[in-house]
Design a protein around this ligand. Structure first.
Ligand SMILES: Nc1ncnc2c1ncn2[C@@H]1O[C@H](COP(=O)(O)OP(=O)(O)O)[C@@H](O)[C@H]1O
Ligand SMILES: [Mg+2]
Length: 579
């Protein structure tokens, strides 16, 4: 609740005015039948036209009053609830942006999306219903009961008994329905997670012709959701017939009892009419409360799920004593006995006992089979993940003691799975440095060997990219990502398999440019092709999370069997290609 308070405070008048107007409307609701009864009893029975007109006018005025208060109440309820939802959505979104990679791995992307959208909507619906009915319904129920007692004690007692019985029935229905609702909500989450994943990876699914499989998987989850919805909603369907039965039984009793009373003259006809109206008001009120409780159970589940996100302490954050004015100056990197695994309960390590020292300005290549831990190793440098054991040092300081912003500011990583955004090429490049001049942008693009193809587009640097840069080829995308990383003017540049889709000649040109134009920058290049790193100052060979060789190309060929093997396999492939 504490989390919602600031947003409620900001629009406090909505949260006060909505219930007030709704209560005013409810008062009209139970005065109306009373006047109506008087018209029938006193006016119609005696033929007093002026009495009928006077009270008729009163009823009309009351109806206008109810219309106005009802509309105002609904207006403030919608406004208050929408603002609350927008606030909570914003909070959750901001929180998600502070989460670390491993936090996001744990929640999954789909579930985070569901929480920000569907779960917040549940809270919005519930708070809107609360604002409209929280006070109105109890007032309606109590008010109608009180008015009934004023009209006729015997009938009111009958009504009280039936209402009490119905309230018990409704409570029983809710108790059995609410766990079913929780299960339905969980299944909806699963469906959304699957949907999120499928739609995000539509291109891959299509290229692997996996639509059939995805369809089957979705169908299974979907049908499970359908079953759980039926199970939850069928309980709710009982509510309607139960209140209809209650209305009919009570009407029957009321008519039976009052029929005799009217015949002996101890009751008037108008009283009977008013009575039946009150009866339906009480039952409607109960119905609303029942729905409110059910909405509440759903909202409680959503509240919990949003709370989980909001209360997450990102596992990677600034140390409290991180000197905020510290900058990375030299770009020297050291790994000291680094061990790591993604899941803290998995038996094998992804990295074990890694030691390496990389000098400022050095160009280091990293090779190794897929899954050997290359990406994991470099992601420890900008603290995308923290090691479980050992330390990663930049400039001789443990990265956990450096301010996160300064650390990431000075390290440019071109990830294996890189992303461009919709917008122009120039806008995308400016992600690296919002203040970059046109000359700087062109310079960076030239270094990344991207200038030429950018200029070949009719709009040049102002070419609009589709969402995710889908209008470019893989190699073009990779070169833009490198240019974007260069614009950051980093101390450390990490390229993770970033030239895999670029031809060998361009690849070599990029490396030459980096060497010549950025001599002071530490460069770490992960590559599949030995050619891409053969001329590096030093090559690190990885295998199953360990460093199995380190040195120059020639030395490694002689001393490191794993490296020799990789070279052999690539030479074979090249010869095959030539034949
Ligand atoms: N986000 C992740 N969550 C869980 N396991 C991961 C994750 N990323 C990589 N792994 C696992 O860690 C191991 C090393 O992966 P990675 O560092 O990406 O290897 P490389 O880059 O050398 O191909 C692999 O077994 C991979 O399955
Ligand atoms: Mg990798």
């Amino acid at each position: 609740m504490k989390r919602y308070l600031p947003h409620i405070k900001k629009r406090w008048y909505c949260f006060v005015l909505a219930p007030v107007f709704m209560m005013m409307e409810a008062c009209g609701e139970f005065i109306l039948p009373y006047i109506n009864a008087n018209i029938i009893n006193k006016g119609a029975a005696t033929g007093d036209i002026s009495y009928i007109l006077e009270n008729g006018l009163l009823m009309a005025l009351l109806a206008v009053f109810m219309l106005v208060t009802g509309v105002l109440g609904a207006f403030f309820a919608v406004r208050g609830a929408s603002h609350l939802a927008a606030g909570v959505r914003g909070d959750t979104f901001r929180k998600v942006q502070t989460l670390s990679f491993s936090d996001i791995d744990r929640f999954t992307t789909g579930s985070l999306i569901t929480r920000i959208t569907n779960d917040v909507t549940q809270i919005q619906n519930f708070s809107q219903s609360c604002l409209r009915g929280m006070f109105r319904s109890p007032i309606m129920i109590v008010g109608a009961l009180v008015m009934s007692f004023r009209l006729n004690q015997t009938l009111a007692r009958v009504m009280l008994v039936v209402v009490a019985l119905l309230a018990c029935a409704i409570a029983a229905i809710i108790i059995s329905a609410s766990p079913r609702y929780t299960r339905m909500q969980k299944q909806l989450d699963e469906l959304n997670t699957d949907l999120g994943e499928t739609i995000i990876s539509m291109r891959v699914i299509k290229s692997f012709v996996r639509e059939q499989y995805e369809r089957a998987q979705f169908a299974a989850i979907n049908s499970e959701l359908m079953k759980k919805s039926v199970s939850a909603l069928k309980m709710m369907l009982l509510l309607q017939p139960a209140s209809a039965l209650a209305i009919n039984v009570t009407t029957l009793l009321v008519v039976y009892i009052s029929g005799r009373q009217i015949m002996v003259g101890s009751m008037e006809l108008g009283t009977l009419t008013a009575f039946i109206t009150y009866l339906s008001q009480v039952l409607n009120g109960l119905d609303f409360v029942a729905n409110l409780v059910l909405q509440g159970t759903r909202a409680a589940a959503s509240h919990r799920r949003i709370g989980e996100v909001l209360s997450t302490v990102p596992d990677i954050a600034d140390a409290p004593d991180a000197g905020h004015d510290r900058r990375v100056s030299s770009g020297r990197i050291a790994f000291e006995n680094v061990s790591f695994r993604y899941f803290k309960n998995s038996p094998g390590m992804v990295l074990s006992g890694v030691n390496a020292d990389i000098q400022p300005g050095e160009l280091v290549g990293i090779v190794g089979s897929t899954g050997s831990g290359k990406t994991t190793l470099v992601s420890m440098i900008p603290r995308l993940y923290d090691p479980d054991e050992g330390r990663v040092l930049v400039d001789g300081t443990d990265v956990r003691e450096l301010p996160l912003a300064a650390l990431r500011e000075s390290i440019s990583v071109v990830l294996q799975k890189n992303t461009l955004f919709s917008g122009t090429i120039a806008e995308n490049l400016r992600w690296g440095n919002p203040d970059a001049t046109d000359e700087e942008i062109i310079h960076a693009a030239k270094l990344a060997q991207a200038d030429e193809f950018i200029r070949s587009f009719p709009d040049g640097y102002e070419t609009e990219l589709g969402r995710g840069g889908t209008t470019l080829s893989g190699g073009q995308k990779q070169r833009l990502c490198i240019a974007r990383a260069l614009l950051k003017k980093p101390q450390v540049l990490i390229l993770d398999d970033s030239t895999s889709a670029v031809d060998t000649k361009t690849d070599a040109a990029i490396r030459r440019a980096l060497r010549e134009e950025m001599p002071g920058v530490t460069k770490i290049i992960i590559a599949q092709r030995i050619d891409s790193i053969a001329d590096a100052d030093r090559i690190i060979v990885m295998d199953e999370g360990r460093i199995v060789g380190m040195g120059r190309h020639e030395a490694l060929l002689a001393s490191c069997p794993t490296y020799a093997e990789i070279c052999d396999s690539q030479r074979d492939r090249k010869e095959d290609a030539h034949e």
